[in-house]
Every structure is written in C-alpha cells, then in structure tokens.
Design a protein around this ligand. Structure first.
Ligand code: UD1
Length: 418
C-alpha cells in the first residue's frame, strides 16, 4: 500500500518545474510506432501511464530505448503483431490510440476495448465512426475490437461531440490514408496540436490542428524524427491552484502561459495575483479570496482535468461558488472526502454548489482518481493537522515526483510504501 502523510497549514513557497504533457506523450508514443526509423522523443514525463504505454509498444515488438528518465528512442520497424494485450488496456485507456496507429500503418488492429472508468462511462463511438468513415471494417467480439481495411481512404468526418481521444485517434489513422481527410468539430487542446506537430515532423501532412477543422493529407510512410513534448498544462494548473489554496507564492517554470489562460482568469477573479513570464507563471495566493463560477468545457474553455483542484481552491474562498462539470458525468466523487475535511459543498447531478469555509481539517482520505487525488493533496496541504491519503497510485499515473516537488516548496509530505 502506498500513502501520503501530510501535515497541513503551511503556505507553499518557491519554484517548481513542470514536466512534459502526459496526454500529448500518450498520443505521440502511439504515433511513433508508425515510423520504421528511429524516433527520438524528449521531455517525456516519467509517470506510470507513460511507462505502461512504453511497455505496451515494446510488447508488440517496437524497439524502446530509454536514454534517460525523460528521453526515449522508439523504432517501429520490428513490430511483429497488431494485437495489443488486454492488461495494457486495463491499466491505461489511452492504449486505444493503437487502433489508429496500427490501422493506419498496417491496415489492421486488434485491441481490447476500454471499460468505463472512475470519472464516467467514456464511450468510444466517435473513434469508431471515424475509422468506419475511413473504410475500416470494425468487428467487436470477446471484449476486443478488430479493425481491418484494404487500404484506408480519406473521408469527411464530423464529430458529434468534441473529443480529444477520437480527434487524435482518427488523425493517426488518416495520416496514412489515401487522399485528404477533413475532421470537423475537432478538439483544439494543446496536446492535439502537439501530436499533429510531432506527426508532421515524421512526414505527415496535417493542417489546422488547434482549430475545429483539421485537414490531413495521407502519406505513404513516416521517417524518423527528434521531437520535444510541450509542458503539461494540468500539472502547471495544479500547482497554480496549490499556490492559491495554501495562500503561498509559487513560481511555476517551464510552462506555456497561453495554455493556462482559463485557469489564470479564474484565479484572478478570486483575487489572487498571477504574473506571466515568457515560460513561467507566478501565482501569489491572496489571504482573502472571493467566490466565482466555473464550467468545464473543451479547450480553450476551463479543463475538466482542473475541475477538482479549482473546487478545492473555491472551497476556501469566501461566498458561494458554482462549479458545473459538462464533460464527464461522475467527476465529483472526491467531494465526499472534502466534506470529511470540513468543506461545505452540495452536489446535484453535474453541479457543485460550494459555500466557502475559512479552514479545513486533516482527515484520513481515499483518493478516487488521478486529478481528484491532486486536489485532495492540495486540500490536505491547506488543512489544519495531519491527513493520510490512501490509493495514491492514481496520482503517480500522472504526476512525476509529486511529493518531492511539494516538499521542495516547503510542504510537509511523506511518502510511505510497504
Ligand atoms: C482526454 C484526456 C483526459 C481529459 C479529456 C477531456 C487523454 C489520455 N485523456 O480523455 O485527461 O479529461 O480528454 O479533456 O488525453 N465521448 C463520446 N464518444 C467518444 C469519445 C468521447 O461521447 O467516442 C465523450 C466523452 O464521454 C466525454 C467527452 O466526449 O463526455 C470528451 O471526451 P474525450 O475528449 O474523448 O476524452 P478522452 O480523450 O477520453
């Protein structure tokens, strides 16, 4: 069992450096297997989800050479199967990117289907709609998906919902289809742009990533490349909320401030100070903070992956705040844990009504999922007294050296593993 023990009540002060974007890296690693030459990827975050993804590509035969914690060379020329094992899908949903990558490169993929997860049902109908439009035959049996084609052909695809996963997955497959594919109502997240830039650096022809219309002209093959992943928007946002909630002062380095605008805007509305530099932001938490309302939306709206961390900050701000979760249906599970710490929050459906309190108190806490885990750590850092957090494996899926970074800012956090 792994736990964090946190002694709260200390404002976090100092500097922290943000790692590479996990969700970009997941798409990039899948895309890297589409080349038969060396692909060097820098600024890979050293977190569990990424390590599982690297294990999964090595399992299908790709060469994976981990040069150091944040640099890897991948070569897809030795891939010997198009079948991904169930254990990888169970550990990490993003293995569904193998469908797009293997279908694009080999016209065939056999991948177990992801189940529901902690934060909602998470269907993949839009991914399938995209693959079918490109001419793939999809057969679902025994909990697995078999996709096959005689050669993918470009299509005009309109997504019914804005989806990050389907946008990346279809972009992967279409980049090796015949002709020009157009994706309408595409997701615009920074990691979509990063995956597109990465594929283009291997010879793909993708235009419009970052807008809601992406045009992909298929190419026959990819060549090797060297690519550095963008900084993680959500890790940065998490430390921004930590500075606000603990009334600290943190310089958050290696970020793209433009990607943080929706978070910056909310922290400013609450009365905090946010100073932007070229590649850093400083957040100074105000002693007295005000309520505000937040609604999660696709980029450039407020990210659903920052909803729990912002809710914790608002739980400690004066007045009534309303947080509306519009992306995932089950993303307020952690609120029960906050109530046990003395927060005053009422959840009705996808809306949380928060009545700010002056103080939280330490408690024994169960972490329900990755981002909620980061939020509960934030609450524990502010709370009076000691908190014990269980199930912190979730946090390690997406945050590198979380406890060390927090300790470097003066937080009293101990990692315990038996
Ligand atoms: C990605 C991120 C996740 C983030 C989410 C939203 C990765 C590995 N994960 O997840 O951290 O919270 O984006 O920013 O990048 N939907 C459908 N049909 C589909 C696909 C999605 O109805 O075929 C719905 C989902 O249920 C959800 C919404 O669309 O309500 C957005 O999901 P999507 O953007 O696809 O999330 P993920 O790619 O799974």
């Amino acid at each position: 069992m792994e736990q964090y023990i946190i002694e709260g009540g200390i404002p976090l002060n100092g500097e922290v450096t943000i790692g590479g974007a996990k969700n970009a890296a997941l798409g990039i690693i899948a895309g890297a297997v589409m080349a038969d030459e060396d692909v060097l990827i820098e600024n890979i975050p050293n977190v569990n989800d990424i390590n599982v993804m690297l294990e999964a590509i090595s399992e299908i035969g790709a060469k994976v050479n981990r040069i150091d914690a944040h640099t890897v060379v991948i070569n897809g020329s030795s891939i010997n199967t198009n079948e991904v094992k169930d254990e990888y899908m169970r550990k990490i949903r993003a293995s569904y990117y193998f469908i797009g990558a293997l279908l694009g490169k080999y016209n065939s993929a056999h991948v177990p289907l992801p189940g529901g997860c902690e934060i909602g049902a998470r269907p993949i109908d839009q991914h399938l709609k995209g693959f079918r439009a490109l001419g793939a035959k999809i057969d679902i049996s025994g909990g697995s998906l078999h996709a096959k084609s005689d050669g993918l052909k470009a299509a005009h695809i309109y997504f019914d919902v804005v989806t990050v996963g389907a946008t990346i997955n279809v972009m992967l497959a279409a980049s090796m289809a015949h002709g020009q594919t157009i994706i309408e109502n595409a997701a615009r997240e920074p990691h979509i742009v990063d995956v597109a830039n990465f594929l283009n650096s291997m010879g793909a022809n993708i235009k419009g990533a970052g807008t809601d219309t992406i045009r992909i002209r298929g190419v026959e093959r990819f060549h090797g490349t060297e690519y550095s992943i963008i900084p993680d928007q959500i890790e940065a946002g998490t430390f921004m909320c930590m500075a606000a909630a603990t009334r600290g002062n943190i310089l958050i380095k290696n970020v793209i401030p433009k990607h943080l605008e929706s978070i910056t805007a909310k922290l400013l509305e609450m009365g905090n100070e946010v100073i932007e530099y070229d590649e850093a932001v400083r957040v100074i938490g105000a002693a007295e903070q005000r309520h505000t309302d937040v609604k999660t939306l696709p980029y450039p709206g407020f990210p659903t992956d920052m909803q729990p961390q912002m809710t914790v900050a608002l739980a400690l701000a004066e007045g009534i705040s309303v947080v509306t979760e519009s992306i995932f249906e089950n993303r307020f599970k952690y609120v029960d844990e906050l109530l046990r710490m003395g927060a005053s929050i009422r959840v009705e459906g996808n809306v949380a009504v928060i009545c700010g309190v002056k103080e939280l108190s330490g408690a024994s806490i169960n972490v329900p999922d990755l981002r909620a885990g980061a939020a509960l750590v934030t609450a524990a850092l502010k709370a009076k007294g000691k908190s014990t957090l269980d199930e912190i494996g979730y946090i390690k899926r997406g945050y590198e050296e979380f406890d060390k970074k927090i300790a470097g800012l003066g937080g009293k956090i101990t990692y315990i593993s038996d």
